[in-house]
Design a protein around this ligand. Structure first.
Ligand SMILES: [Cu+2]
Length: 141
């Protein structure tokens, strides 16, 4: 009986915690999302593109292993893109993702570092999507 009561208490605490999490509902920086290496050695993740965000927006990958990202746009009209550029030249990714489309990209980061991810689309003279918050980072370890 005591054991049963302990389980109920844990369940109650979890459900309270869950509802607090939902009630808060304020935008917060995503926790780093470590991209798992699957059995074939490829690091795979899905990134959702919306106006104007990437989710997750902080990807952590290992250098020297291929990365495969599935980019899924959930917008109805607005096209976006997904850009990662290392000024030193170790990484150059630029992929358009049309409204509602899904595109898969593959690249192998070679240099550790933190590289910005961003969307440079803009409807002149409006600010760019990056300026509206559509950015993130790729952390290569
Ligand atoms: Cu965009």
């Amino acid at each position: 009986m005591r054991y049963f009561r302990a389980i109920c208490t844990v369940g109650l605490l979890l459900s309270i915690h869950g509802s607090i999490g939902r009630a808060a509902d304020v935008p917060q920086p995503d926790p780093p999302s470590v991209v798992p290496v699957v059995s074939d050695g490829v690091q795979r993740a899905t990134v959702i593109l919306d106006s104007y965000s990437y989710a997750p927006n902080h990807l952590v990958v290992e250098a020297g292993k291929p990365v495969e990202l599935t980019l899924t746009s959930i917008t109805l009209i607005t096209p976006h893109n997904f850009i990662i550029k290392d000024p030193a030249g170790s990484l150059s990714v630029e992929q358009d993702v049309g409204a509602g489309k899904t595109v898969t990209i593959k690249f192998t980061p070679t240099q550790p570092g933190i590289f910005p991810i961003y969307c440079d689309k803009r409807l002149w003279p409006m600010p760019s999507h990056r300026d509206k918050g559509m950015e993130g980072k790729l952390e290569v370890r």
